[in-house]
Design a binder for this molecule. Structure first.
Ligand SMILES: [Fe+2]
Length: 610
């Protein structure tokens, strides 16, 4: 038996993953345990969980893999500093203590985190090798083209290559400071959202705007070649030498300084979001065509933060040239932990790999689970009132009843998701047919910006009835955006609205999950991977004729997705959620003692706005 622990840490989204004899046994992000969003510290809690899940101790580990080579990253930092010196002095001085104190002593810190019990080797893979491994090895393909795109890892910002059997080969790369991820993050920053976190908001904002800045971006910021390679004009950016993403020249180009965080959104931010989205899709489509030509493969695997741009992913799938694509659900740096562990097993140790029909990511349900007995103990300690369903049938029947009468339901079932999306393990669910639901869920449940869209879960066999996707198209990880089918769209009469006002128009039979451009970020749910969640959708369909539910992550704004029943119960009490369903237990808010006195303000204040 070979036990491999993969780790990512020290940048953002630290995580641990455990692979035993090639099988992904457990994987989790540190933020879920420490309750600090995007926690980058060495993932001691996630490591402890992974070992507990497997019933092993640190001394049982055969290999530890780390997802990047810190010395190469340090070299980039130094070289960039000297290239811009003395301009970058303040950011250099800020970065140094962490490097000298922690990042360059990583061997020692990893060994300490394992209680000194681990005495064997620590393997360092390259950052994009880890992304590429996380994209190809768990995929359902025996051979595939590979494309990784992110902000930066060591020197690389984009890589392409090929995977076959148990080996990956990366053949081409783009290097820092020319980075699609950093370009997108620069616009995220300029629109007043947090870098490495608010990129999703920018993508959600894009459909409200018009792509009026595309030519300006193409003329001034990015020199894009036919093959998808590009150079960024560094005069407009400040990430090499400064503490901001964009420079004064960027402000001048786009008519003033960045939007202050939490300031009202204006047409400019919406148009910028729409424009950078168009440019990003163009780059990604060109890169996809290039890697297709170079490899001749019919399949594509992707990872890296840019692969979370599900609008671009949907276009690759619809417009080709690939027949099938598979994207690592933990496409950001958390997934590097899983990638490096699989890299050690297949690439370095040479162990064979057999691609499985579905993929070997197990629905990305790779985190902790809690037994009914544990949940009962938590609820009793909290003085909660609950009902216990005698069977899965009864559980799903009662939950579907609640949803069909417009209750918002917290849903904690089985293992927690690995990756940024909630996939039915730690979700908040609602009725997508309800016209009020989008606004209710944003403002009273999630306490987040009203423009943000919600995503649908749909029974896989019904996906082509609602969305412009192939029959039974697999999208279990909510990484593809597709248009709502014309037959489900409703005509919006009256004066045409602009900007955020468009939110108020009803656009389809499932308005809560239909974005203002008629798009939806689709998760398909199947009985094999999703068990009880599939049963719930099935019940809901039998009651209402609608095989779709709103699925949003179980958290409030700024909070990491809940992990334990305690987290879920507190979040339920702090919000206007109507019901909480955890394994076989059903809680109704109206029956909870203490619901009046629960200190919502204090709860929300625990989480820094993201
Ligand atoms: Fe990365």
């Amino acid at each position: 038996m070979a036990v491999i622990l993969g780790l990512s840490a020290y940048y953002h989204d630290a995580a641990a993953a455990l692979v035993i004899d090639g099988k992904i046994v457990a994987a989790a992000q540190e933020e879920r345990f420490t309750r600090k969003k995007h926690d980058e510290s060495l993932p001691v809690n996630a490591i402890e969980y992974c070992l507990r899940e497997a019933g092993l101790a640190a001394a049982d580990i055969d290999y530890v893999g780390f997802y990047e080579k810190p010395y190469l990253t340090f070299e980039r930092l130094l070289e960039t500093y000297f290239a811009f010196a003395p301009a970058g002095f303040s950011s250099f001085v800020r970065a140094m203590p962490a490097w000298l104190g922690t990042k360059l002593r990583i061997h020692r810190h990893i060994r300490n985190s394992l209680g000194g019990a681990y005495r064997k080797q620590i393997v360092f893979a390259r950052h994009h090798e880890s992304h590429a491994a996380s994209a190809f090895f768990p995929s359902p393909f025996d051979e595939a083209a590979i494309l990784t795109m992110d902000g930066v890892g060591e020197w690389s910002t984009t890589t392409m290559g090929h995977g076959r059997g148990n080996r990956i080969t990366l053949t081409h790369e783009l290097r820092f400071p020319h980075s699609l991820g950093l370009l997108y993050s620069a616009f995220t920053y300029f629109a007043g959202f947090k870098v490495n976190s608010g990129e999703y908001k920018l993508m959600g904002l894009a459909p409200y705007g018009e792509p009026t800045y595309v030519d300006l971006i193409r003329d001034k910021l990015i020199d894009l070649k036919e093959d998808g390679s590009f150079r960024l004009d560094q005069r407009y950016f400040n990430y090499c030498q400064g503490l901001t993403m964009t420079s004064r020249a960027f402000d001048k180009l786009f008519g003033g300084p960045p939007r202050a965080p939490e300031a009202p959104l204006t047409q400019r931010e919406m148009d910028l979001a729409a424009s950078i989205q168009v440019v990003t899709e163009e780059v990604v489509l060109r890169l996809a065509r290039t890697v297709h030509t170079r490899t001749g493969s019919r399949n594509l695997c992707m990872a890296g933060g840019v692969a979370l741009n599900c609008v671009a992913n949907g276009r690759i799938l619809r417009e080709g040239p690939f027949e099938r694509i598979w994207i690592q659900p933990a496409a950001g740096d958390a997934g590097g932990a899983l990638g490096v562990a699989l890299f050690v097993w297949h690439q370095l140790l040479g162990n064979a790999r057999t691609a499985t029909t579905l993929d070997s990511q197990s629905g990305s349900l790779l985190g902790p689970r809690f037994a009914d007995s544990e949940i009962r103990a938590v609820l009793d300690r909290a003085g909660a009132r609950y009902h216990e369903a005698a069977s899965d049938d009864e559980l799903c029947e009662r939950t579907a009843d609640l949803l069909a009468t417009e209750s918002v339901v917290g849903w904690l079932q089985g293992r927690m998701e690995f990756g940024p999306r909630a996939l039915g393990g730690r979700s908040i669910l609602g009725d997508p047919r309800s016209p009020a639901m989008q606004s209710t869920m944003n403002l009273k449940i999630k306490f987040r910006e009203s423009f943000r869209p919600f995503a649908p879960s749909i029974k896989q066999e019904r996906v082509a009835d609602y969305f412009e996707m192939r029959d039974r198209e697999d999208s279990p990880y909510m990484l593809l955006v597709a248009p709502v089918k014309p037959e489900h769209r409703t005509k919006t009469d009256g004066p045409s609205a602009f900007g955020i006002e468009r939110l108020k128009q009803l656009r389809s039979t499932v308005p809560a999950i239909t974005h203002v451009d008629y798009s939806a970020r689709v998760q398909t749910v199947d009985p094999t991977r999703h068990g009880r969640y599939y049963q719930l959708l099935d019940r809901f369909e039998r009651k209402t004729g609608c095989p779709v539910l709103i699925n949003t992550s179980f958290n409030v704004r700024g909070e990491p997705i809940v992990c334990t029943p305690e987290h879920a119960y507190r979040c339920f009490m702090a919000t206007d959620m109507d019901a909480l369903v955890m394994e076989h237990f059903i809680l109704l808010k109206s029956e909870q003692p203490g619901r009046e006195s629960f200190d919502r303000k204090a709860y929300l204040a625990e989480h820094e706005l993201d």
